[in-house]
Design a binder for this molecule. Structure first.
Ligand SMILES: Nc1nc2c(ncn2[C@@H]2O[C@H](COP(=O)(O)OP(=O)(O)OP(=O)(O)O)[C@@H](O)[C@H]2O)c(=O)[nH]1
Ligand SMILES: [Mg+2]
Length: 292
């Protein structure tokens, strides 16, 4: 009975029923293991960058482009602080002004309670979306910190958005995002000073080994968006980047499992009281591996 209702949720989601899709994703988010067939690998774009750089506006442009080309676009906005889950943040929904709503699905996901890592079930949600006919899945995160970094690592293409008033590319470099980003979009090219900003982003990259290309766009006017879409669609798989992403996502999942372990607090306490060394603490955790 329960199994039937799960599989019919998936079947209905596949047939375009959004309520079933929302229910399915909520169940996955709540930790239910749901068997979703894997027939293809999802096309997933991670979009990250500092607050206010224009990520949501840019995603709206991308979604609009793809939806006009008869592709279905699902957007997952991961908000590190929001307790809201399953719904849509009003602000973000209001920004989706260009996209065709019938071809675009939007959902916000709370990152709370996941110990600063990848939200519960995010990868399974992506798979469910892809298998139910969403051709492009876009994940938006805020900021360039460790948590966002982990979230974005589940994508197989990564776009870093920066803006002339931000210039956070150096911060991104420190955080290691450049190692996994495929492209940098220097947004707000309509603003005065944007050429200088682009130059300073490129200068900032000059110390990097294999810096991602930087392109200039304006999400406000749409300038450069065609070029961005073209570049995103033409991205070749990069073994170095996919390895770096896999390391981050694996390590992030391991860290959150360690933190969720029932032993964690006791082991931390014993280390802090010098009763055991951290190596012994790690060994105690490992000997209870099944409980991590
Ligand atoms: N002039 C100009 N303004 C833009 C452009 N893109 C976005 N904006 C404005 O920049 C502000 C922030 O845009 P958002 O798309 O909300 O930025 P965000 O990166 O998603 O912000 P958070 O989700 O809060 O981190 C809004 O007022 C947008 O209208 C652009 O290309 N040019
Ligand atoms: Mg946003």
């Amino acid at each position: 009975m329960e199994l039937n209702s799960r599989s019919s949720l998936f079947e209905n989601a596949k047939n375009g029923d959004r309520r079933s899709l929302a229910k399915l994703l909520t169940r996955i988010e709540n930790g239910e293991e749901i068997d979703i067939p894997t027939t293809k690998s999802a096309w997933v774009l991670g979009v990250t960058g500092p607050p206010g750089a224009g990520k949501s506006t840019l995603i709206d442009r991308l979604a609009s482009h793809w939806s006009e080309n008869k592709q279905r676009v699902a957007i997952l906005a991961v908000d590190p602080s929001s307790p809201i889950t399953g719904g849509a943040l009003l602000g973000d929904r209001a920004r989706m002004v260009h996209s065709n709503p019938t071809q675009v699905y939007f959902r916000s996901i709370s990152a709370r309670g996941n110990h600063g890592g990848i939200p519960n079930g995010l990868e399974a949600m992506i798979q469910a979306l892809s298998e139910s006919g969403w051709d492009r899945v876009i994940i938006e995160t805020v900021g360039v910190g460790q948590g966002e970094f982990a979230v974005i690592s589940v994508a197989n293409r990564i776009l870093l958005v920066d803006g002339p008033d931000r210039g956070d590319v150096l911060q991104a470099e420190k955080a290691g995002i450049l190692e996994i980003a495929d492209l940098i979009a220097c947004n707000k090219s309509d603003l005065p000073g944007s050429l200088n900003a682009m130059k300073s982003v490129e200068d900032g990259l000059s110390y990097s080994d294999n810096p991602p290309p930087v392109i200039s766009v304006s999400s406000l006017t749409g300038d450069g968006i065609e070029n961005l879409v073209h570049r995103l669609e033409a991205l070749e798989p990069d073994l170095g980047k996919s390895t770096a992403r896999a390391k981050i996502s694996l390590e992030s999942v391991m860290i959150s499992r360690i933190r969720r372990s029932p032993l964690y607090d006791d082991v931390v306490h014993d280390i802090s009281q010098n009763k055991i060394t951290s190596k012994q603490g790690a060994e105690r955790m490992e000997s209870n591996y099944g409980r991590i």
